[in-house]
Design a protein around this ligand. Structure first.
Ligand SMILES: Nc1ncnc2c1ncn2[C@@H]1O[C@H](COP(=O)(O)OP(=O)(O)OP(=O)(O)O)[C@@H](O)[C@H]1O
Ligand SMILES: [Mg+2]
Length: 414
């Protein structure tokens, strides 16, 4: 959502385009709320809206609220901030939460580079928010009203990716019964987000480079090229520079895509942002009209975790905690990390049923069961791994590999 270009002393928000801030939200009324600023405080007046204006779990009709209050209207959130401090500070920028200096710098950089059409490459571990940043680049650019087309290069088969990107003519290949525009054409005037760009096959890297250099694309099976005006934002969790050096990624394409590199820090290097992110996800997943609170020791548990899955994992854990909680607050016991539950807890509950908790996959359950069986077998066979292999009838190399993964290997006996 874009803030109004410049906040006057007051503004109105609602679905109607006559508002200063138009909210495209099905749960917002035509004229929903008016906010007036006076000496650093805000006066909020709800215009008899259908679904109300909320602060936390209080529905407000007319209220004076301090700076940084978050109003909930329909499914949207409005945070009241001083003018200019902007969307970059106060923890949230285009839905990206984080006050750590690295996140603020990132928001500033996005703001600075968004207006141009230069290619942006976003680097970061899985779950750090690369897609969110890609969308922010688009939203803050003059292309915001035009399409944002995401293409996941890892999810599309090698055979289909060319046609996904560039489109095809009728009869270009066996299944091409009709002509079809590709992502480049769909994104015309807007932004094409090439996610997991490191997975793009080498031959397509060459075609992509040609398209970027000429500004022209050719549908599969077409004889004439088409002009396209597209801004490219690419993302990867790979070390693309290393891939380029080792010949897995074209170096010329690397430089073409990396005009503006943006690096997303892993969550473990900005732990101070964790409470803010937790509050954000609690607000997002709490039952309508209320915000569930979290106990301090549960928050400490979250702050101390390794977060290999970064913000995505945190989001899952908070969501899960809300579902698991028995009382009004989230307690330490409600915090169940992504892999830990099956690796640490008992595989079977007291009732003999699998100890499954929401968010655990079948693979994780099976892995946990395998591990439990191997542990018991090792115990009963005096730690003799060769006998374990024989008795369990499993492959020696697979078992040893798994034991190493589970940390069951006694290095001395290797
Ligand atoms: N700073 C953040 N503030 C709020 N939500 C975030 C933030 N970073 C990530 N998220 C949320 O976490 C989830 C994962 O983010 P996203 O999909 O952008 O990650 P990614 O880097 O693209 O991961 P992957 O490499 O696995 O595709 C999303 O639901 C996103 O909304
Ligand atoms: Mg992604």
């Amino acid at each position: 959502m874009r803030p109004p270009p410049s906040w006057a002393e007051s503004f109105t928000a609602g679905k109607d385009d006559a508002n200063d801030l138009q909210l495209k939200d099905g749960f917002v009324s035509a004229r929903h709320v008016k906010v007036t600023r006076r000496e650093g405080r805000f006066f909020v007046v709800d215009h008899a809206s259908t679904n109300g204006t909320w602060v936390g779990n209080a529905r407000i009709y007319e209220a004076e609220v301090p700076m940084y209050t978050t109003l909930r209207v329909g499914e949207s959130e409005l945070t009241l901030e001083p003018q200019g401090a902007g969307e970059k500070r106060g923890g949230s920028f285009q839905g990206i939460i984080g006050d750590d200096p690295s996140m603020r710098q990132l928001a500033e950089l996005v703001e600075r580079v968004a207006p141009s059409s230069a290619a942006v490459a976003i680097f970061g571990e899985s779950g750090t928010g690369k897609e969110l940043v890609a969308r922010a680049v688009h939203q803050r650019s003059p292309r915001a009203e035009k399409p944002f087309i995401p293409i996941n290069c890892a999810a599309i088969s090698k055979e289909l990716i060319e046609s996904e990107l560039f489109g095809h003519e009728k009869g270009a290949f066996t299944n091409a019964v009709t002509a079809r525009a590709g992502a480049f054409e769909e994104a015309h005037g807007g932004t094409l987000f090439l996610d997991e760009i490191g997975e793009l096959p080498l031959d397509l890297q060459a075609k992509l480079l040609r398209a970027l250099e000429s500004g022209e694309i050719k549908r599969v099976g077409a004889s004439r090229p088409l002009n396209v005006d597209v801004r490219i934002v690419a993302a990867t969790n790979r070390d693309l520079m290393l891939d380029a050096r080792q010949g897995r990624f074209r170096e010329d394409l690397f430089y073409r895509l990396c005009v503006i590199p943006l690096n997303l820090p892993p969550l473990r290097s900005r732990r101070a942002d964790i409470p803010q992110l937790v509050e954000h996800f609690l607000r997002a997943f709490s039952p309508k009209g209320q915000t569930v609170r979290i106990q301090p020791d549960a928050m400490q548990k979250l702050e101390a975790h390794r977060w290999k899955g970064n913000v995505r994992e945190l989001k899952n854990v908070v969501h899960r905690a809300l579902l698991l909680r028995k009382g009004p607050h989230i307690e330490t016991g409600d915090i169940v990390f992504d892999v830990a539950p099956v690796m640490q807890a008992n595989v079977l509950g007291e009732d003999g049923k699998p100890n499954w908790v929401p968010g655990t996959t079948m693979d994780q359950m099976i892995a946990a069961f395998e591990k439990a069986v191997v542990e018991v077998a090792l115990e009963q066979l005096g730690g003799n791994r060769e006998r374990v292999v024989k008795e369990l009838g499993v492959s020696r190399s697979t078992l040893f590999k798994k034991m190493k993964e589970w940390g069951l290997t006694n290095e001395d006996k290797e």
